[in-house]
Design a protein around this ligand. Structure first.
Ligand code: PAF
Length: 283
């Protein structure tokens, strides 16, 4: 039976007891409104650990002033039963006061320069500062041995890896595969904002990524593949923030050479902003 914990001392006691018994603790941080993508991360955490903690906390510091913090879907009962079915042992459910004891304004912040600055960081200023701030707090609260993050948020995973390396957290970071709808749309809590027509239309994001990959693998210059992708998205009624091909570290790849690549897209459909990516090999 899953145990829901809302007080930090109770969480610490539970984790201390597990560790005293020699158990490895896995952690899956979330903002709730869980779907099959999240549950696959919990299942992956189970493969890497003896016990799994998952957190649900809609983190105010990672939303910009005009973003969807207040309307972000909150579904605690559904999340609890889904987590239990996925094999989660403890649901860590802090409120804002438990997460930010001195209040959000006075909260100590954590910033990872470099990889945070581009793409999502450029379009959502302060977003990764909020993510790094809350993930640092969550790591300190849960003290996991291994933490699992989804690859759909490709840049977030890269930022977290940098955070963990730089602050020397003794935590193994594992990336979980993207789970897609049958039409290719990456699962996301924000898909809830889409009408059924928009959900069908949004499948173009994945198709666009595949076309970018196919184009550069067939020898088309990267800039041309990116421009074609942007135009296709605009023609379908999206407002793209970016549609790019990058190196795994999100730097601009050397076009003369092959190697691992990631195609990333962020685009708005109506009021809903969606992101997606695919990883592939060039050459
Ligand atoms: O990926 C998310 O859901 C959030 O960014 C995270 C990692 C739970 C931090 O709030």
């Amino acid at each position: 039976m899953i145990e829901t914990i809302t007080a930090l001392e109770a969480l610490r006691q539970r984790v201390r007891r597990w560790k005293r018994d020699g158990l490895r603790v896995g952690f899956v941080p979330t903002m709730g409104n869980l779907h099959a993508g999240h549950y696959s991360l919990v299942e992956l955490a189970r493969q890497h650990a003896d016990r799994v903690v998952s957190s649900v906390f809609v983190n105010p510091t990672q939303f910009g002033p005009n973003e969807d913090f207040t309307r972000y879907p909150r579904t605690p009962e559904q999340d609890t039963s889904g987590l239990q079915a996925a094999g989660c042992d403890v649901l860590w459910l802090p409120d804002v006061a438990a997460m930010y004891p001195f209040g959000v304004e006075l909260a100590a912040r954590v910033q990872v320069p470099g990889v945070s600055a581009v793409l999502e960081g450029a379009h959502r200023p302060g977003h990764f500062d909020g993510v790094c701030t809350v993930v640092t707090r969550l790591f300190n609260q849960v003290q996991p041995d291994v933490a699992v993050f989804g690859r759909k948020d490709y840049q977030q995973l890269a930022v977290i890896r940098q955070l963990v390396a730089d602050l020397q957290f003794p935590i193994e970071i594992v990336g979980g595969e993207i789970v897609r709808e049958p039409n290719g749309l990456a699962m996301s809590s924000r898909n809830q904002y889409l009408s059924s027509e928009q959900r069908e239309l949004a499948a173009i994001l994945h198709r666009t990524l595949l076309s970018m990959r196919d184009a550069v693998q067939a020898g088309e210059p990267r800039a041309q593949a990116e421009a074609t992708a942007g135009a296709a998205l605009r023609a379908a009624g999206f407002e793209p923030d970016y549609a790019v091909i990058r190196s795994p570290d999100l730097g601009e790849p050397d076009d003369g050479s092959g190697g691992p690549r990631v195609a990333l897209v962020a685009a708005r459909l109506g009021r809903t902003r969606l992101i997606d990516n695919i990883e592939f090999l060039l050459g």
